[in-house]
Write a protein that binds this ligand. Structure first.
Ligand SMILES: Nc1ncnc2c1ncn2[C@@H]1O[C@H](COP(=O)(O)OP(=O)(O)O)[C@@H](O)[C@H]1O
Ligand SMILES: [Mg+2]
Length: 355
Protein backbone atom coordinates (compact mmCIF):
# COMPACT_ATOMS: atom_id res chain seq x y z
CA UNK A 1 0.00 0.00 0.00
CA UNK A 2 2.81 2.31 0.93
CA UNK A 3 4.25 1.76 -2.50
CA UNK A 4 0.97 2.69 -4.15
CA UNK A 5 0.59 5.83 -2.06
CA UNK A 6 4.07 6.86 -3.00
CA UNK A 7 3.24 6.20 -6.61
CA UNK A 8 0.06 8.33 -6.48
CA UNK A 9 1.99 11.14 -4.84
CA UNK A 10 4.56 10.86 -7.56
CA UNK A 11 2.01 10.96 -10.38
CA UNK A 12 0.15 13.82 -8.67
CA UNK A 13 3.41 15.71 -8.63
CA UNK A 14 3.85 14.91 -12.29
CA UNK A 15 0.34 16.19 -12.99
CA UNK A 16 0.99 19.39 -11.09
CA UNK A 17 4.00 19.95 -13.21
CA UNK A 18 1.99 19.31 -16.37
CA UNK A 19 -0.90 21.53 -15.31
CA UNK A 20 1.24 24.49 -14.48
CA UNK A 21 3.00 23.44 -17.69
CA UNK A 22 3.99 26.31 -19.92
CA UNK A 23 3.93 29.15 -17.40
CA UNK A 24 5.94 27.47 -14.64
CA UNK A 25 9.32 27.55 -16.30
CA UNK A 26 12.35 26.35 -14.43
CA UNK A 27 14.78 28.23 -16.61
CA UNK A 28 14.12 31.86 -17.48
CA UNK A 29 16.46 31.72 -20.48
CA UNK A 30 17.82 28.72 -22.34
CA UNK A 31 20.08 29.56 -25.26
CA UNK A 32 21.15 26.78 -27.59
CA UNK A 33 24.02 27.34 -29.98
CA UNK A 34 22.84 30.86 -30.68
CA UNK A 35 24.71 32.20 -33.69
CA UNK A 36 24.58 35.46 -35.64
CA UNK A 37 26.55 36.36 -38.71
CA UNK A 38 26.74 39.73 -40.46
CA UNK A 39 27.87 38.89 -43.98
CA UNK A 40 30.91 36.68 -43.52
CA UNK A 41 31.63 38.04 -40.03
CA UNK A 42 30.39 35.95 -37.11
CA UNK A 43 29.43 38.27 -34.24
CA UNK A 44 28.01 35.53 -31.98
CA UNK A 45 29.15 31.94 -32.34
CA UNK A 46 27.23 28.94 -30.95
CA UNK A 47 26.49 30.48 -27.59
CA UNK A 48 24.70 28.14 -25.14
CA UNK A 49 23.72 28.90 -21.55
CA UNK A 50 20.78 28.87 -19.15
CA UNK A 51 19.59 31.47 -16.69
CA UNK A 52 17.48 30.35 -13.74
CA UNK A 53 14.35 32.13 -12.61
CA UNK A 54 15.15 35.01 -10.27
CA UNK A 55 18.84 34.92 -11.17
CA UNK A 56 20.97 38.01 -11.76
CA UNK A 57 23.07 36.98 -14.74
CA UNK A 58 25.91 38.96 -16.33
CA UNK A 59 27.37 38.89 -19.81
CA UNK A 60 30.85 40.35 -19.41
CA UNK A 61 33.07 41.15 -22.34
CA UNK A 62 35.01 43.88 -24.14
CA UNK A 63 33.54 46.15 -26.78
CA UNK A 64 32.58 44.23 -29.88
CA UNK A 65 32.43 40.88 -28.06
CA UNK A 66 28.84 40.26 -29.20
CA UNK A 67 26.89 41.27 -26.07
CA UNK A 68 24.35 43.58 -27.73
CA UNK A 69 23.93 41.15 -30.63
CA UNK A 70 23.10 38.38 -28.15
CA UNK A 71 20.66 40.52 -26.18
CA UNK A 72 18.97 41.64 -29.39
CA UNK A 73 18.45 38.03 -30.44
CA UNK A 74 17.06 37.09 -27.01
CA UNK A 75 14.68 40.05 -27.19
CA UNK A 76 13.58 39.06 -30.73
CA UNK A 77 14.91 42.26 -32.29
CA UNK A 78 17.39 40.29 -34.37
CA UNK A 79 16.93 36.82 -35.87
CA UNK A 80 19.61 34.27 -35.12
CA UNK A 81 21.44 32.94 -38.16
CA UNK A 82 21.23 29.55 -36.47
CA UNK A 83 20.43 28.14 -33.06
CA UNK A 84 17.64 29.39 -30.86
CA UNK A 85 16.65 30.26 -27.31
CA UNK A 86 13.66 30.05 -25.02
CA UNK A 87 12.89 33.08 -22.94
CA UNK A 88 10.17 32.77 -20.29
CA UNK A 89 9.50 29.34 -21.76
CA UNK A 90 8.81 30.62 -25.29
CA UNK A 91 10.89 30.18 -28.41
CA UNK A 92 12.45 33.40 -29.71
CA UNK A 93 12.24 32.27 -33.33
CA UNK A 94 8.83 30.57 -33.41
CA UNK A 95 6.99 32.64 -30.78
CA UNK A 96 8.53 36.12 -30.86
CA UNK A 97 5.29 37.84 -29.80
CA UNK A 98 4.91 35.60 -26.77
CA UNK A 99 8.52 36.32 -25.84
CA UNK A 100 8.03 40.08 -26.15
CA UNK A 101 5.11 40.07 -23.72
CA UNK A 102 7.29 38.38 -21.14
CA UNK A 103 10.34 40.62 -21.26
CA UNK A 104 11.40 44.15 -20.41
CA UNK A 105 14.34 45.80 -22.12
CA UNK A 106 16.61 48.71 -21.34
CA UNK A 107 18.66 49.51 -24.43
CA UNK A 108 22.32 50.41 -24.48
CA UNK A 109 21.40 53.80 -25.96
CA UNK A 110 18.82 56.09 -24.32
CA UNK A 111 15.34 55.57 -25.72
CA UNK A 112 13.02 57.93 -23.82
CA UNK A 113 10.96 60.64 -25.43
CA UNK A 114 12.67 63.80 -24.20
CA UNK A 115 9.73 66.08 -24.83
CA UNK A 116 7.36 64.05 -22.69
CA UNK A 117 7.26 63.96 -18.90
CA UNK A 118 8.38 60.89 -16.96
CA UNK A 119 4.74 60.00 -16.34
CA UNK A 120 3.83 60.38 -20.02
CA UNK A 121 6.73 58.16 -21.06
CA UNK A 122 5.39 55.48 -18.73
CA UNK A 123 1.85 55.99 -20.02
CA UNK A 124 3.01 55.53 -23.59
CA UNK A 125 4.74 52.30 -22.68
CA UNK A 126 1.67 51.06 -20.78
CA UNK A 127 -0.44 51.57 -23.89
CA UNK A 128 2.01 49.59 -26.03
CA UNK A 129 1.76 46.72 -23.58
CA UNK A 130 -1.99 46.95 -22.92
CA UNK A 131 -1.57 47.64 -19.22
CA UNK A 132 -5.08 48.60 -17.99
CA UNK A 133 -5.36 52.22 -16.85
CA UNK A 134 -6.13 51.61 -13.17
CA UNK A 135 -3.37 49.07 -12.81
CA UNK A 136 -1.02 51.42 -14.63
CA UNK A 137 -1.53 54.31 -12.19
CA UNK A 138 -0.80 52.20 -9.14
CA UNK A 139 2.22 50.49 -10.65
CA UNK A 140 3.69 53.64 -12.16
CA UNK A 141 3.46 55.36 -8.79
CA UNK A 142 5.12 52.48 -7.01
CA UNK A 143 7.92 52.13 -9.58
CA UNK A 144 8.65 55.87 -9.61
CA UNK A 145 8.90 55.72 -5.86
CA UNK A 146 11.28 52.79 -6.09
CA UNK A 147 13.63 54.70 -8.39
CA UNK A 148 13.07 57.92 -6.41
CA UNK A 149 11.57 59.96 -9.21
CA UNK A 150 8.18 60.66 -7.61
CA UNK A 151 8.91 64.37 -7.30
CA UNK A 152 9.89 64.56 -10.97
CA UNK A 153 6.97 62.59 -12.40
CA UNK A 154 5.54 65.56 -14.25
CA UNK A 155 8.79 67.09 -15.37
CA UNK A 156 9.92 66.86 -18.99
CA UNK A 157 12.58 64.20 -19.43
CA UNK A 158 14.93 66.58 -21.27
CA UNK A 159 15.53 68.33 -17.94
CA UNK A 160 16.72 65.03 -16.36
CA UNK A 161 20.33 64.07 -15.66
CA UNK A 162 21.77 60.92 -17.26
CA UNK A 163 21.27 58.98 -14.05
CA UNK A 164 17.62 60.08 -13.70
CA UNK A 165 16.92 59.01 -17.28
CA UNK A 166 18.44 55.62 -16.67
CA UNK A 167 16.33 55.17 -13.54
CA UNK A 168 13.20 56.06 -15.48
CA UNK A 169 14.13 53.54 -18.15
CA UNK A 170 14.47 50.89 -15.46
CA UNK A 171 11.02 51.71 -14.11
CA UNK A 172 9.60 51.65 -17.62
CA UNK A 173 11.20 48.27 -18.34
CA UNK A 174 9.31 46.81 -15.38
CA UNK A 175 5.94 48.46 -15.94
CA UNK A 176 4.32 45.47 -17.62
CA UNK A 177 5.78 43.10 -15.00
CA UNK A 178 8.08 41.14 -17.28
CA UNK A 179 9.42 37.76 -16.23
CA UNK A 180 12.84 38.67 -17.53
CA UNK A 181 14.44 42.10 -17.59
CA UNK A 182 17.25 42.69 -20.10
CA UNK A 183 19.69 45.50 -19.42
CA UNK A 184 22.27 46.33 -22.06
CA UNK A 185 25.17 48.17 -20.35
CA UNK A 186 22.84 49.77 -17.80
CA UNK A 187 25.38 52.27 -16.47
CA UNK A 188 27.42 53.03 -19.58
CA UNK A 189 28.73 56.59 -19.55
CA UNK A 190 27.49 57.42 -16.02
CA UNK A 191 29.78 58.68 -13.27
CA UNK A 192 30.83 56.22 -10.52
CA UNK A 193 28.44 57.59 -7.91
CA UNK A 194 25.45 57.42 -10.24
CA UNK A 195 26.51 53.93 -11.32
CA UNK A 196 26.44 52.81 -7.69
CA UNK A 197 22.96 54.27 -7.28
CA UNK A 198 21.61 52.61 -10.40
CA UNK A 199 22.86 49.32 -9.02
CA UNK A 200 21.06 49.86 -5.75
CA UNK A 201 17.86 50.25 -7.76
CA UNK A 202 18.50 47.22 -9.93
CA UNK A 203 19.11 45.04 -6.86
CA UNK A 204 16.07 46.47 -5.11
CA UNK A 205 13.91 45.85 -8.18
CA UNK A 206 15.17 42.32 -8.45
CA UNK A 207 14.46 41.67 -4.77
CA UNK A 208 11.00 43.24 -4.62
CA UNK A 209 9.72 42.09 -8.02
CA UNK A 210 11.52 38.75 -8.16
CA UNK A 211 12.40 39.47 -11.77
CA UNK A 212 15.13 37.54 -13.57
CA UNK A 213 17.75 40.06 -14.70
CA UNK A 214 20.11 39.51 -17.63
CA UNK A 215 22.61 42.32 -18.10
CA UNK A 216 25.65 43.03 -20.20
CA UNK A 217 28.66 45.02 -19.10
CA UNK A 218 32.31 45.58 -19.70
CA UNK A 219 32.80 46.82 -16.12
CA UNK A 220 34.33 44.17 -13.87
CA UNK A 221 32.93 45.64 -10.64
CA UNK A 222 29.46 45.53 -12.13
CA UNK A 223 29.75 41.90 -13.19
CA UNK A 224 30.84 41.05 -9.62
CA UNK A 225 27.29 41.73 -8.45
CA UNK A 226 25.84 38.94 -10.56
CA UNK A 227 24.93 35.47 -9.28
CA UNK A 228 26.72 34.07 -12.31
CA UNK A 229 28.81 35.56 -15.09
CA UNK A 230 29.35 34.45 -18.66
CA UNK A 231 32.59 35.89 -20.02
CA UNK A 232 32.25 36.51 -23.73
CA UNK A 233 35.07 37.29 -26.14
CA UNK A 234 34.97 37.39 -29.94
CA UNK A 235 31.42 36.03 -29.97
CA UNK A 236 32.10 32.99 -27.78
CA UNK A 237 31.50 32.21 -24.12
CA UNK A 238 34.94 31.42 -22.73
CA UNK A 239 33.90 30.90 -19.10
CA UNK A 240 30.67 30.72 -17.12
CA UNK A 241 30.44 30.49 -13.34
CA UNK A 242 29.85 32.38 -10.10
CA UNK A 243 32.23 35.32 -9.47
CA UNK A 244 33.93 33.37 -6.67
CA UNK A 245 34.46 30.25 -8.74
CA UNK A 246 35.83 32.29 -11.62
CA UNK A 247 38.31 34.01 -9.35
CA UNK A 248 39.27 30.65 -7.87
CA UNK A 249 40.64 29.79 -11.32
CA UNK A 250 43.59 31.94 -10.34
CA UNK A 251 45.81 30.11 -7.90
CA UNK A 252 46.39 32.44 -4.95
CA UNK A 253 47.64 36.03 -5.31
CA UNK A 254 48.51 38.06 -8.36
CA UNK A 255 51.77 39.94 -8.58
CA UNK A 256 52.14 42.59 -11.22
CA UNK A 257 55.39 44.26 -12.06
CA UNK A 258 56.80 46.75 -14.50
CA UNK A 259 60.45 46.61 -15.39
CA UNK A 260 62.86 48.17 -17.83
CA UNK A 261 62.43 45.06 -20.05
CA UNK A 262 59.32 42.97 -19.31
CA UNK A 263 60.19 40.25 -21.83
CA UNK A 264 63.58 39.63 -20.26
CA UNK A 265 62.06 39.84 -16.78
CA UNK A 266 59.44 37.21 -17.64
CA UNK A 267 62.08 34.88 -19.09
CA UNK A 268 64.30 35.30 -16.06
CA UNK A 269 61.41 34.53 -13.65
CA UNK A 270 60.49 31.46 -15.69
CA UNK A 271 64.04 30.13 -15.74
CA UNK A 272 65.15 31.05 -12.24
CA UNK A 273 61.95 30.31 -10.32
CA UNK A 274 60.09 27.85 -12.53
CA UNK A 275 56.95 30.04 -12.58
CA UNK A 276 54.66 30.80 -15.54
CA UNK A 277 54.56 34.59 -15.83
CA UNK A 278 52.14 36.18 -18.31
CA UNK A 279 53.12 39.19 -20.39
CA UNK A 280 50.41 41.84 -20.84
CA UNK A 281 50.35 45.49 -21.86
CA UNK A 282 49.98 46.08 -18.15
CA UNK A 283 53.30 44.47 -17.29
CA UNK A 284 54.26 41.00 -16.13
CA UNK A 285 51.62 39.04 -14.19
CA UNK A 286 52.57 36.18 -11.91
CA UNK A 287 50.22 33.93 -9.95
CA UNK A 288 51.53 32.72 -6.61
CA UNK A 289 49.97 30.98 -3.64
CA UNK A 290 51.93 33.15 -1.18
CA UNK A 291 52.75 36.26 -3.10
CA UNK A 292 54.11 38.25 -0.16
CA UNK A 293 56.88 35.71 0.28
CA UNK A 294 57.63 35.57 -3.42
CA UNK A 295 58.31 39.28 -3.85
CA UNK A 296 61.76 39.32 -2.18
CA UNK A 297 62.80 36.27 -4.25
CA UNK A 298 61.57 37.97 -7.43
CA UNK A 299 63.58 41.08 -6.66
CA UNK A 300 66.59 38.88 -5.95
CA UNK A 301 66.59 37.08 -9.30
CA UNK A 302 65.78 40.24 -11.27
CA UNK A 303 68.31 42.55 -9.69
CA UNK A 304 71.28 40.24 -9.25
CA UNK A 305 73.45 38.52 -11.78
CA UNK A 306 71.93 39.96 -14.96
CA UNK A 307 73.95 41.80 -17.55
CA UNK A 308 72.84 44.41 -18.50
CA UNK A 309 70.98 44.81 -15.19
CA UNK A 310 67.18 45.01 -15.08
CA UNK A 311 65.42 47.85 -13.32
CA UNK A 312 62.19 47.03 -11.47
CA UNK A 313 59.96 50.11 -11.73
CA UNK A 314 57.01 48.83 -9.71
CA UNK A 315 55.69 45.71 -8.13
CA UNK A 316 52.26 45.12 -6.61
CA UNK A 317 50.39 42.30 -4.96
CA UNK A 318 46.63 41.76 -4.84
CA UNK A 319 43.87 39.20 -4.47
CA UNK A 320 42.69 37.93 -7.87
CA UNK A 321 39.98 39.98 -9.59
CA UNK A 322 37.76 39.24 -12.57
CA UNK A 323 40.21 41.32 -14.58
CA UNK A 324 42.87 38.70 -13.79
CA UNK A 325 40.50 35.96 -14.88
CA UNK A 326 39.93 37.73 -18.19
CA UNK A 327 43.67 38.21 -18.64
CA UNK A 328 44.31 34.56 -17.83
CA UNK A 329 41.72 33.44 -20.38
CA UNK A 330 42.56 35.84 -23.20
CA UNK A 331 46.00 37.27 -22.49
CA UNK A 332 44.51 40.77 -22.67
CA UNK A 333 42.93 43.25 -20.27
CA UNK A 334 39.35 44.26 -21.06
CA UNK A 335 40.06 47.97 -21.12
CA UNK A 336 42.79 47.62 -23.75
CA UNK A 337 40.03 46.47 -26.01
CA UNK A 338 37.98 49.65 -25.85
CA UNK A 339 38.91 50.15 -29.46
CA UNK A 340 41.05 47.46 -31.03
CA UNK A 341 43.55 48.57 -33.68
CA UNK A 342 41.31 46.95 -36.30
CA UNK A 343 38.24 48.80 -35.04
CA UNK A 344 40.17 52.07 -34.95
CA UNK A 345 41.22 51.39 -38.54
CA UNK A 346 37.63 50.64 -39.56
CA UNK A 347 36.38 53.75 -37.79
CA UNK A 348 39.09 55.84 -39.42
CA UNK A 349 38.12 54.41 -42.77
CA UNK A 350 34.45 55.17 -42.16
CA UNK A 351 35.19 58.76 -41.17
CA UNK A 352 37.51 59.14 -44.11
CA UNK A 353 35.03 57.77 -46.65
CA UNK A 354 32.31 60.06 -45.29
CA UNK A 355 34.26 63.19 -46.17
N1 LIG B 1 24.37 45.31 -37.96
C1 LIG B 1 25.65 44.94 -37.98
N2 LIG B 1 26.32 44.78 -39.13
C2 LIG B 1 27.62 44.41 -39.15
N3 LIG B 1 28.36 44.15 -38.06
C3 LIG B 1 27.75 44.29 -36.87
C4 LIG B 1 26.37 44.71 -36.76
N4 LIG B 1 26.04 44.74 -35.44
C5 LIG B 1 27.16 44.41 -34.75
N5 LIG B 1 28.17 44.13 -35.61
C6 LIG B 1 29.55 43.70 -35.24
O1 LIG B 1 29.42 42.57 -34.40
C7 LIG B 1 30.37 42.62 -33.35
C8 LIG B 1 29.66 42.53 -32.03
O2 LIG B 1 28.94 43.73 -31.81
P1 LIG B 1 28.08 43.97 -30.50
O3 LIG B 1 27.17 42.83 -30.29
O4 LIG B 1 27.46 45.32 -30.60
O5 LIG B 1 29.21 43.96 -29.39
P2 LIG B 1 29.19 44.48 -27.87
O6 LIG B 1 27.78 44.81 -27.52
O7 LIG B 1 29.74 43.34 -27.08
O8 LIG B 1 30.08 45.66 -27.81
C9 LIG B 1 31.15 43.91 -33.53
O9 LIG B 1 32.36 43.62 -34.21
C10 LIG B 1 30.25 44.76 -34.40
O10 LIG B 1 31.01 45.63 -35.20
MG1 LIG C 1 26.94 46.58 -26.80
Amino acid sequence: MVGQRAFSAFSAALNDFEISGKEAVMEAIEAERLTRRFGDFTAVREVSFTVREGELFAFLGPNGAGKTTTINMLCTLLRPTSGTARVGGRDIVREPHEVRRRIGLVFQDPSLDDRLTAWQNLQFHARLYDVPHRIFEERARRLLELVELTDHAHQEVRTFSGGMKRRLELARGLLHQPKVLFLDEPTLGLDPQTRRHIWEYILRLRDTEGTTVFFTTHYMDEAERADRIAIIDHGRIIALDTPDHLKAMIGGDVIRMRTSDDVRAANRVREALGLEPQLTEDGVHIEASQGDQLIPRLLGVLQNGLEPPLIVHSISLRRPSLEDVFIKLTGRAIREEEASPLERMRLGHRLWSRR
